[in-house]
Design a protein around this ligand. Structure first.
Ligand code: NAD
Length: 402
């Protein structure tokens, strides 16, 4: 992949303290297999490795802003993805996170059939102590400089209030409250996870009814609460955990579920394990403990190592529902703000995650590949096809000549 520096500009605000560094890459399908380019440019090698188009570093020391916006791929449309605020141990950790997360958004939107690209942003700082109106307004001005190439939303560490501050400076923000916004995405994420679990049950147990099925749910947050409600309604026997025991116990009381301590959840004998807390929970330590036939949950980046741990699950006969496919309900809901979909349209699109997953599971089985490989392939093919028709369109003499 060839990368060229398209823009490296300083655009000072009144106090002269804001600058934008934009690194843009020309489009290519290929990915590099090295971590340092032949010329020794480690940063550019990382962009090559993941295939990013543009990374913007945002600095405004007057308000304590240090943020990075990563635009992975805009072939399908503007890059939409949340802004995460996190106390990263180093700049390198923040860069790695934003690159990985933004790439995931490209795949999530592509498989969900959305006309959106993949992007994500991180603000480096403690979300409990370092938030202010001016920090988010300053950040909003950076989002505005991208003129819609990147559209932001809430993520870990940011809230509706923060989005409203950002909106004071840019219209390229979703997830605000009131009539302009699409509201809390969690119920839609949970709906997608629910239908995704049913699709997996159809493949593994020959029926998508969850009546009598034992399901272990990790996490008792917004997604998990909405999910447990649906699972119990469908007749499942549910076990719940959370690092905040009372949160899990509250759900257990409300829905008649069973509580286990956090470290015990992996070894619960069940039909389906549903991770709805943190990422990287499927790893060398946890996978050998699993006693289930299906892993299907809403958490992002569940596999510590995508290829290796997906393979470990498959070797144990466990069907894995790719996380970015099954948890796309929240993104579909946010997209309704841009596409002006009705609630019914959103629900229908989220429910189509059932068919998408069936297709992925069947493709994986037919071709002897991992389910994550099957879903990656769907995403990459859709992007390649859209890139192709866009090229055809631009080059068409009949179009050019009106
Ligand atoms: P949340 O913060 O409301 O809930 C997460 C819960 O997980 C918290 O209660 C937390 O205490 C618990 N937790 C953290 N570490 C844990 C551990 N080791 N063991 C057990 N519990 C633990 O978050 P949420 O909105 O419910 O999202 C859950 C997951 O789904 C996250 O990974 C998120 O990135 C992903 N996701 C959420 C949405 C959405 O619409 N909210 C959309 C897509 C993906």
């Amino acid at each position: 992949m060839k990368i060229r520096l398209l823009k490296a500009s300083v655009s000072p605000n009144e106090s002269g303290s804001i600058f934008v560094l934009a690194i843009a890459a020309c489009c290519s399908n290929t990915s590099a297999s090295h971590t340092v380019s032949p010329q020794g440019h480690a940063m550019f090698a990382e962009l090559e490795l993941y295939g990013h188009e543009q990374v913007v570093f945002c600095s405004d020391p007057d308000v304590g802003l240090r943020a990075i916006i990563a635009i992975h791929d805009t072939t399908l449309g503007p890059a939409l993805g949340g802004t995460r605020m996190w106390n990263y141990a180093s700049d390198a950790e923040a860069i790695t996170d934003v690159l990985r997360l933004s790439r995931g958004m490209t795949y999530k939107a592509a498989v969900a059939g959305l006309n959106l690209g993949g992007g994500k942003a991180v603000i480096i700082g403690d979300p409990h102590t370092q938030k202010s109106e001016m920090l988010f307004r300053s950040y909003g001005r950076f989002v505005e400089t991208l003129r819609g190439r990147y559209i932001t939303a809430e993520d870990v560490g940011t809230t509706v209030r923060d989005m409203e501050w950002i909106r004071m400076e840019t219209r390229y923000v979703t997830g605000v409250a009131g009539e302009q916004g699409s509201g809390d995405p969690s119920p839609y994420t949970a709906l997608g996870v629910f239908v995704g679990i049913k699709a997996a049950a159809q493949i593994v147990f020959g029926s998508d009814s969850l009546a009598g099925k034992r399901i272990a749910v990790q996490g008792a947050g917004n997604v998990a609460r909405n999910l447990v409600s649906r699972l119990v309604e469908d007749g499942a026997r549910v076990t719940v955990t959370d690092i905040f025991e009372e949160k899990a116990r509250e759900i257990c009381r409300e829905y008649g579920a069973e509580y286990v301590p956090p470290e015990a959840i992996y070894a619960v004998e069940c039909d389906i394990f549903s991770p709805n807390a943190l990422g990287a929970v499927l790893n060398d330590t946890t996978i050998p403990q699993l006693r289930c036939s299906v892993v299907a949950g809403g958490a992002n980046n569940q596999l510590a190592d995508e290829e290796r741990h997906a393979r470990m699950l498959a070797e144990r006969g466990i069907l894995y529902a790719p996380d970015y496919v099954i948890n796309a309900g929240g993104l579909i809901n946010v997209t309704s703000e841009i596409e002006h979909w009705s609630r019914e349209q959103v629900t229908r699109k989220v429910e189509s995650i059932y068919d998408t997953l069936l297709r992925i599971f069947r493709t994986a089985e037919r071709e002897g590949i991992l389910t994550i490989e099957a879903s990656n392939r769907i995403a990459e093919e859709r992007i390649a096809h859209v890139r192709h028709i866009h090229r055809t369109y631009v080059g068409s003499p009949s179009i050019r000549n009106g």
